[in-house]
Design a protein around this ligand. Structure first.
Ligand code: CA
Length: 233
């Protein structure tokens, strides 16, 4: 199997050094940079399979990297490093397409577990896409192209992140079936405690992108006290 490439975007050399050692031990090809400019250059040149993205960088914010690298909409899967106090950074980062976050200070082992979990989630997504190659699914005004990982709502593209696309695909393939949060997490092949913290946020972001009125959802429905389900076509 081809080795995966991971880009560390962080300006603190000690953190980079430790993460690099741990991630290389996982068999990953690791590159690092401490600046927004360096990250954008590395994204174009290296086409990494994943980014570890700090918020505070030499010349700006990790959020700038998400905004400018096209990480939004089928972009590069990302895990943010954030300060415990900066909840707004986490919220903005997840909206901009980051898939997960980890709060500083963290153990390198915990970060490696997050990286593994995200690769696992993405791996299953790829398998699902392969099964459904060339197939499109339509639910009212929502159209999902499984081959190209594209979603349109009323004919306009909705730029979903990899995680949002996986959640939507799972719900759409089981119309009317109620997914509890733990069932959803289980089917998304996640470690549970990792993804659970961000599941509601991913659902909210998904609704903002596909629902005509996110506060009154027509597609991704809440079943109060139970979980979520997709409306029937
Ligand atoms: Ca930093």
């Amino acid at each position: 199997m081809e080795r995966k490439r991971i880009l560390i975007v962080e300006d603190e050399p000690q953190i980079v050094e430790v993460l690099q050692a741990y991630l290389e031990r996982e068999g990953l090809i690791v590159e690092s940079t401490g600046s927004v400019a360096g990250a954008l250059d590395a994204v174009a040149r290296l086409r990494p399979d994943m980014m570890i993205l700090d918020i505070t960088l030499e010349d700006g914010s990790g959020l700038d990297v998400l905004r400018q690298s096209g990480a939004n909409g089928g972009g590069i899967p990302s895990i943010m490093l954030t300060a415990r106090a900066e909840e707004s950074d986490r919220i903005v980062g997840l909206e901009l397409g980051a898939d997960d976050y980890i709060t500083k200070p963290f153990s390198p082992r915990e970060l490696v577990a997050r990286v593994r979990a995200l690769f696992r989630r993405l791996g299953e997504r790829t398998g699902t896409a392969a099964q459904h190659a060339t197939r499109k699914t339509r639910v009212a005004e929502l159209e999902i192209d499984h081959e190209f990982h594209e979603v349109q709502i009323s004919g306009k593209p909705a730029n979903l992140t990899a995680t949002e696309f996986r959640i939507l695909t799972l719900l759409v393939e089981n119309p009317g079936e109620v997914f509890t949060r733990s069932h959803l997490l289980d089917r998304l092949n996640d470690d549970g405690d990792i993804f659970e913290r961000t599941l509601d946020r991913h659902i909210n972001n998904l609704r903002k992108k596909i629902e005509p009125d996110p506060h009154n959802p027509q597609y991704v429905l809440t079943v109060y006290g139970v979980g979520y389900k997709m409306r029937r076509p």
